[in-house]
Design a protein around this ligand. Structure first.
Ligand code: MG
Length: 271
């Protein structure tokens, strides 16, 4: 074999090895999570009457092997990151109340108001299948505080070694940009629905998580998102007909209050 041929052999062998390593890594990453599109909105709360955003609802989503469980993060007056959807908890404005005051009140199942630390730790326990879909709520106080919540959430997720399990979502574009600035490897999805997939791609946002009506109005965005290899997610889809439409259109994720119904639709027949 001539010297040139030997060189070409080694170069092509190297390239094949590189390609196979990359593919293996990609596959093992994608295999890690449940192979269904079901994201339980505020955890799997409804069927069992759990409070939304409770650790019980997160655990139920994990038990069901949903591919994701969504929850909302806010910050108290004394900078504690907590899990709650509304800006108020028991009529107290979260951003203007300390964690000690807020946590005097329990959730309806007796759980204490979860901190982000407690929630993520609970989400890491016996869980390899369910992503933690962390929504950062914008601050009512101002943009800068919203970005601070993003920075602190990402830092905590990193500290708890939960980064590979976590997806960040927000209605505030600047919050997602801050997430990427702090952790360039973070996976982000935008919620507000006015940005084209092309724009998201340009800004390094990994996915469009829009109200399903946005995709119905702009069906071209579905193809555009696929072209740019963006993740497609839709909220909050609770009826069978819309679930079927999104499944037919190849959505990666569907965020729902009815995870059991969507799991039934997407279950693979057992052999
Ligand atoms: Mg939410």
């Amino acid at each position: 074999m001539s010297f040139e041929k030997v060189c070409i052999f080694f170069i092509s062998a190297g390239i094949s090895l590189l390609i196979s390593c990359t593919t293996t890594r990609k596959n093992s990453m994608s295999k890690k999570f449940a192979a269904n599109p079901v994201v339980a909105h505020r955890g799997a709360f409804k069927k069992n009457g759990f409070p939304e955003n409770s650790i019980a609802s997160l655990k139920e989503a994990i038990r069901l092997k949903c591919t994701g469980s969504e929850f909302d993060v806010r910050m108290t007056a004394d900078d504690s990151l907590i899990i709650n959807h509304d800006p108020h908890f028991n009529k107290l404005e979260i951003e203007k109340t300390t964690y000690a005051e807020l946590s005097q009140y329990k959730l309806s199942n007796g759980e204490k108001l979860p901190t982000l630390r407690e929630y993520v730790l609970a989400g890491l326990e016996n869980n390899t299948k369910t992503r933690l879909v962390l929504e950062i709520k914008p601050s009512g106080i101002g943009k800068e505080r919203g970005k601070l919540i993003a920075e602190r959430s990402v830092a905590l997720v990193k500290e708890l070694k939960a980064a590979p399990m976590t997806v960040y979502i927000s209605f505030d574009y600047d919050i997602l940009k801050k997430v990427i600035e702090v952790d360039p490897a973070a996976s982000t999805q935008y919620l507000n629905g006015e940005k084209s997939p092309e724009q998201l791609k340009t800004d390094g946002i990994a996915g469009a998580d829009y109200h399903f009506s946005v995709f119905k109005k702009n069906p071209g965005w579905i193809e555009q998102a696929k072209k740019y290899k963006l993740i497609l997610n839709a909220w909050t889809v609770n009826d069978a007909e819309t679930m079927d439409w999104l499944l037919k259109n190849g959505f990666d994720f569907i965020t729902t209050n009815e995870p059991e119904l969507l799991l039934k639709k997407t279950a693979r027949p057992t052999k």
